[in-house]
Design a protein around this ligand. Structure first.
Ligand SMILES: CC(C)(COP(=O)(O)OP(=O)(O)OC[C@H]1O[C@@H](n2cnc3c(N)ncnc32)[C@H](O)[C@@H]1OP(=O)(O)O)[C@@H](O)C(=O)NCCC(=O)NCCS
Length: 174
């Protein structure tokens, strides 16, 4: 067997990592995986029980995707979901963004968020918003700010801050 030289090996590894990641719209068949990923994030994990207390279940999520009230994107590797993001058309809220620990820092969160924001923007949103931990030591705190999101001074009842992003006007495609 011919072994690759170390430098070729590193290049091949980087290339194969890039090729393995697939970004696509969320399907109903992904929903169980979304709940698995949400429970396994390094920070801010939310279990099925935590989400159920907020009224978020696989059934309610399927209904929201099925009726087209929300839009989502997933990142997969080998057909397994490693990150996902979902947003709501009517409110402009980014409902969730989560990336598995081993996949943080590769631009996955940025791409997923950008895809959902683009869809909301295309649908007419001029402002998108989300609730995020106010703790500056949490990765999400710097992540959103680095992407231009800004706090608007409001807080949720559990102390999370509201961050928003203003989008330029663009004509609707009719
Ligand atoms: C927050 C989270 C989604 C970030 O995803 P990620 O894939 O690791 O982020 P990315 O690799 O796409 O980072 C995108 C950019 O943000 C920057 N960034 C990320 N965290 C940052 C921080 N704390 N401070 C400054 N910049 C930061 C990155 O350097 C990168 O910049 P670049 O494009 O110039 O290289 C991920 O850490 C996560 O799932 N956390 C747990 C769940 C969570 O907290 N979700 C948010 C709930 S509101």
């Amino acid at each position: 067997m011919v072994r690759p030289t170390p430098s070729r090996g590193r290049k091949a590894e980087a290339l194969s990592t890039a090729i393995e990641l697939v970004f696509r719209e969320t399907r109903l068949s992904d929903i169980e995986a979304l709940f698995e990923v949400r429970a396994r994030t390094r920070q801010n994990p939310l279990s099925r029980a935590d989400l159920a207390q907020l009224g978020i279940t696989p059934e309610s999520t399927a209904a929201a995707f099925g009726s087209g009230t929300i839009v989502g994107f997933v990142c997969t590797r080998d057909d397994c979901v490693v990150g996902f993001c979902s947003g709501e058309f009517d409110s402009g809220e980014i409902l969730v963004l989560a990336v598995l620990p081993d996949f943080e820092g590769r631009g996955i969160g940025k791409q997923l968020l950008s895809s959902v924001v683009a869809r909301l923007h295309q649908a007419g949103a001029r402002r998108v918003w989300l609730a995020a931990a106010a703790d500056p030591t949490v990765r999400a705190h710097g992540f959103y700010r680095a992407l231009g999101w800004r706090p608007n001074g409001e807080r949720t009842s559990n102390g999370d801050e509201i961050l928003e992003l203003h989008l330029p006007s663009r004509p609707r495609i009719t």
